[in-house]
Design a protein around this ligand. Structure first.
Ligand SMILES: *Cc1c(COP(=O)(O)O)cnc(C)c1O
Length: 367
């Protein structure tokens, strides 16, 4: 699709220095990044260049006012040596709606996907082969304008970077312990909670730091008005299994619409489970622990894929979900999603975008 893509290769690859058995999450970056700029609403100047520092002016509007949006998705490589990117079309569409909310000119789906194709194909040797690991793909758009007025910028940069990552939560550690946040909120009606934009994460840092000091891994966010309804967990969507019904909060503008969330709902319904998208009161969750009806809780997001929840604290009480073990459906979902992503099973829903990596020029096809 590119007639004008400029590729500047790194003089030396850093790949040999990387210990794939000791990966963190986003502390090692692959050799290259993709870049485009936008001036007065027009995106152009596509480039691939060595991953490295960029210059911004001290008056850069993003640094001051946070006019930026990002995405997170993963590329995998299976035993068939085919690189697969999981549902980039969904991320492209979510980026579009984040852009709209943040007054950033739209970047179309085809450009978004083609940028990832090129970059992943060029740095395919960085895709980890081990099950659980992946090449994390981080697209980012931010203002590059140098001004202090509070107004939408007119110049932006789109950068895609990739990073080989470990499984997000150590498998050996098992289910995570959560703290239900009763004072602070990440998002409010009419706010920016449904956009993947910097400010939401800035708002979560302080309460999360306090939670971590108390020994919890992530926070359960409640609604911003009554502190009564469950919204999300950390940067994941949350699912509860009450007896034989699986429930997740409905998307009503304060919750990030996760690609993993959508995939989980599809897989569960297709397997014959009942899934409800509705408001979930924290009181209902607490009560269901006490009467034994809460069978499983898990978070769903690209980084962790599926994260079993074993405990949560609310009003100074620590509640244990069943016997603090990953539940049956939680484990099934993790395996099922991982199998699809790695190409170990039929891609029934055509979720994977296949990237041919042994060709000199990239050819991307949707499976
Ligand atoms: C990214 C994100 C999610 C998960 O979305 P996925 O597309 O599944 O990765 C959930 N909540 C928040 C706040 C997020 O930023």
């Amino acid at each position: 699709m590119w007639r004008d893509l400029k590729v500047t290769r790194a003089a030396n690859s850093r790949l040999a220095e990387v210990d794939f058995d000791a990966l963190g999450f986003g502390n090692v970056f692959s050799d290259h990044m993709f870049s485009m700029t936008c001036s007065d609403g027009e995106w152009g100047d596509p480039q691939i260049l060595p991953y490295g520092n960029i210059e911004v002016a001290p008056g850069n509007a993003t640094l001051h006012y946070g006019q930026s949006v990002f995405e997170g998705l993963k590329a995998f490589i299976g035993s068939d040596n085919v690189a697969r990117v999981f549902r980039p079309d969904m991320n492209a569409r979510r980026l579009l709606s984040s852009c709209e909310r943040m007054c950033i000119p739209p970047l179309d789906e085809e450009t978004f996907c083609a940028a990832i194709d090129e970059l992943v194909a060029l740095d395919h040797a960085w895709i980890p082969h081990k099950r659980g690991q992946a090449l994390y793909v981080r697209p980012l758009i931010f203002s590059i304008e140098n001004h202090l007025e509070v107004r939408p910028s007119t110049e932006f940069r789109f950068i895609v970077m990739t990073a080989p990552v470990r499984a997000y939560f150590d498998e050996g550690v098992g289910p995570i312990a959560l703290k239900v946040e009763e004072t602070y909120t990440r998002s409010a009606p009419g706010g920016i909670g449904a956009a993947k934009t910097a400010g939401n994460y800035a708002a979560s840092l302080y309460p999360t730091q306090r939670g971590v000091q108390d020994g919890f891994v992530q926070m359960v966010w409640l609604d911003g008005i009554e502190h009564r309804y469950v919204e999300e967990v950390g940067a994941m969507n949350i699912f509860f299994r009450f007896k034989d019904t699986i429930v997740t909060p409905d998307l009503h503008g304060t919750i990030l619409p996760g690609v993993t969330r959508d995939s989980v709902i599809t897989l569960l319904r297709d397997a014959g489970h009942t899934v409800e998208e509705r408001r979930v009161a924290i009181d209902e969750v607490v009560e269901s622990v006490h009467n034994g009806e809460l069978l499983e809780v898990f978070g769903a997001g690209t980084a962790a894929i599926i994260a079993p929840v074993g405990k949560f604290s609310y009003r100074n009480e620590v509640l244990t979900v069943q016997d603090n073990q990953a539940g049956e459906i939680t484990r099934w979902l993790y395996e099922r999603l991982t199998d699809i992503q790695r190409g170990d099973t039929e891609d029934k829903y055509r979720w994977n975008r296949l990237i041919a990596i042994d060709e000199p020029s990239v050819t991307a096809v949707t499976s």
